[in-house]
Design a protein around this ligand. Structure first.
Ligand SMILES: Nc1ncnc2c1ncn2[C@@H]1O[C@H](COP(=O)(O)OS(=O)(=O)O)[C@@H](OP(=O)(O)O)[C@H]1O
Length: 313
């Protein structure tokens, strides 16, 4: 990921230019009852996505927006690239530049999936989508999925700052306005509580591993090791250590002009745990605690989130 990701940066830059000419009300569209940004998604692309032929050796990262998908995505991309590099003979080596697609499955053009069907393994794919909105072949062909979740108060906090920083998303005059929209699911990619409930139905699938943002924060080296083992990526301690080092917040932020262009300074914001304490008032805390109790507490994903540790005052 050290090389500039031109395709990524170009796509985001074009979307920013388009969004700058639009009214706030025009920025999102609804597809199957869920909102998405018009500048990077479209119904035509969602329909074309069904033609993706998922493979058992695909490396899929699923995470709601702001749960750390760019972070874990970097870890996965680096793990796969390191593994492929040492296992590839020179003659069959492929030009990585030509192979690059925008890493988020649902972002691109209608021909993207036909191109992806021709890419060699292993493909690394990120997505913010609900399980039911993924191409059916993902579950049918038992592609491996790493499900990333983050405590809902920090997700909301991160989403608020991102919405106000990036013109692709509707901005909010106040945190209180954003909080209402978040709690009522009027967010791009839908409600986070619904996201957790829907993915919770798959949590026991043998091809799914769940990891939390907070556990990765606490022990990145262990997280990287577990992720590599789940995908059957066998690397030396030194190689793993290099992946760990390159995925520190500091290192990714410094490298972000090359990897993310203008969006980098907005995306790599604080990269920590508990920033929600700077925004939530007492009523909002109670409202989210109640929603968590109603929708997620007691489920496997709910337990994994350690709400008592990360979300109580
Ligand atoms: N290396 C590393 N370590 C720790 N945290 C990191 C890292 N990289 C990104 N981040 C933080 O992840 C948040 C962005 O989440 P996403 O990448 O899922 O955003 S997006 O929805 O795909 O735009 C966003 O969280 P906040 O800082 O709380 O806003 C990023 O800072």
């Amino acid at each position: 990921m050290e090389k500039p990701r031109k395709h990524f940066i170009d796509l985001v830059d074009k979307a920013i230019v388009a969004a700058n000419t639009m009214d706030r009300e025009e920025l999102l569209f609804s597809y199957k009852g869920i909102l998405y940004p018009v500048t990077v998604c479209s119904p035509e692309v969602f329909r074309a996505m069904e033609s993706l032929e998922a493979r058992t050796d695909d490396v899929i990262l699923a995470g709601y927006p702001k749960s750390g998908t760019n972070w874990v995505g970097q870890i996965l991309t680096d793990l796969v690239a390191t593994f492929e590099k040492k296992n590839q003979d020179e003659e069959n080596s492929v030009n990585e530049e030509e192979l690059q697609e925008f890493p988020y499955l649902e972002v691109g053009d209608i021909e993207k999936y036909e191109r992806m069907n021709k890419l060699p393994s292993r493909r690394v794919i990120f997505t913010h989508l609900l399980p039911d909105n993924l191409p059916r072949s993902v579950f049918k062909n038992k592609a491996k999925i790493l499900l990333l979740i983050r405590n809902p108060k920090d997700v909301a906090t991160s989403f608020y700052h991102f919405s106000n920083g990036l013109s692709l998303l509707p901005s909010y005059e106040t945190w209180d306005d954003f909080f209402i929209a978040f709690m009522t699911g009027k967010m791009p990619w839908g409600s986070y509580f619904n996201y957790l409930s829907e993915w919770n139905k798959h949590v026991d699938d043998e091809n799914i591993m769940t990891i939390t943002y907070e556990e990765l924060k606490e022990n990145r080296a262990l997280g990287v090791k577990n992720i590599a083992a789940f995908f059957g990526i066998s690397l030396t301690e030194e190689e793993l250590q290099s992946v760990v080092e390159k995925s520190s917040f500091q290192s990714m932020k410094e490298n972000s002009p090359k990897t993310h262009g203008a969006m980098g300074s907005i995306l790599f914001r604080k990269g920590g745990v508990s920033d929600w304490k700077n925004l939530f008032n007492e009523d909002q805390n109670q409202e989210m605690d109640k929603a968590f109790e109603e929708h997620i507490a007691g489920t496997k994903l709910g337990t994994k989130l350690k709400y008592e540790v990360y979300c109580r005052t």
